[in-house]
Each structure stands twice: as structure tokens, then as C-alpha cells.
Design a protein around this ligand. Structure first.
Ligand code: 5GP
Length: 118
């Protein structure tokens, strides 16, 4: 919540093509790629292209477009992997668990019997 946007963060570099990613989807509003430390099989990130640290800093229009893409990617993950549930998460600030300061949404497939803490 504190601070200003740093365009040297890793997701900004990925958006600019300066760092690699395993891309799933891209359009004018978002880029989606696989999380490098997946919490489950198919853990995917959706990164709005707007330069904002967190959801609170995003424009309403950008946030609305982003959530449509989160839903689209979650449905693709559901079709591909047939999970029993999907966690969709988004952290704002270090005490909330944020480690990369470019707005992003987690899409984490879940299966019956899976330990969601691990
Ligand atoms: P946060 O805790 O900030 O919501 O989550 C950041 C996420 O980004 C973590 O799940 C972490 O594994 C992922 N991540 C961090 N660095 C990279 C990277 O360089 N590439 C990819 N694909 N994911 C990353």
C-alpha cells in the first residue's frame, strides 16, 4: 500500500519481454503465465498491463477488464486440468503476503484431498 511503482520489478520486466515466462494468454489488458513456484499443478498468474502496485491503485476500468480475464483464464484452467476447486487470490502489501509489487491475480487449481497449505 505504501510506496510508488518501481518499473524494475520482475513482472514489469516480464511484461516488457526482458525476462522469460511460460505464457498462457495475452491481450491488450493482461498477460497470463505460469507461476515459477506453483502452489499446485497449473498455478497461473494474471498480470494487468496497467502500472499499478496493487488493486487499490488500479483504475476501475482496468480492474473491470482484468477480472474478466481472470475469469477467462480460470475457465481455461478448469477445462484443461479438471480441478475440483480453484483459489483466486490477490495480495496487497507485504503483511498481506505480497512479494512482487506489480498487481497480479493468482489462479490456483485445487483437488479433493489436496493439502491447500502445501
Ligand atoms: P505474491 O505473494 O506477490 O502475490 O506472489 C508473487 C508470485 O510470483 C509468487 O507465487 C511467486 O512464485 C511468483 N513469482 C515470483 N517471481 C517470478 C518469476 O520470475 N516468474 C514467475 N513466473 N513467477 C514468479
Amino acid at each position: 500500500l505504501h510506496g510508488t511503482y518501481d518499473d524494475q520489478n520482475i513482472f514489469a520486466k516480464i511484461l516488457r519481454g526482458e525476462a522469460p515466462c511460460v505464457k498462457l494468454y495475452e491481450d491488450e489488458h493482461v498477460l497470463s503465465f505460469m507461476d515459477i513456484f506453483p502452489q499446485s499443478k497449473g498455478h497461473t498468474l494474471v498480470i494487468p498491463k496497467e502500472a499499478a502496485r496493487n488493486l487499490l491503485e488500479m483504475s476501475d476500468a482496468g480492474a473491470a477488464e482484468a477480472i474478466k480475464r481472470v475469469k477467462k483464464v480460470a475457465k481455461a484452467v478448469e477445462t484443461a486440468l479438471k480441478p475440483d476447486g480453484i483459489t483466486i487470490a490477490q495480495f496487497n502489501g507485504a503483511p498481506a503476503g505480497q512479494t512482487v509489487y506489480h498487481i497480479h491475480f493468482h489462479i490456483i487449481p485445487r483437488w479433493e484431498g489436496q493439502d491447500i497449505a502445501g
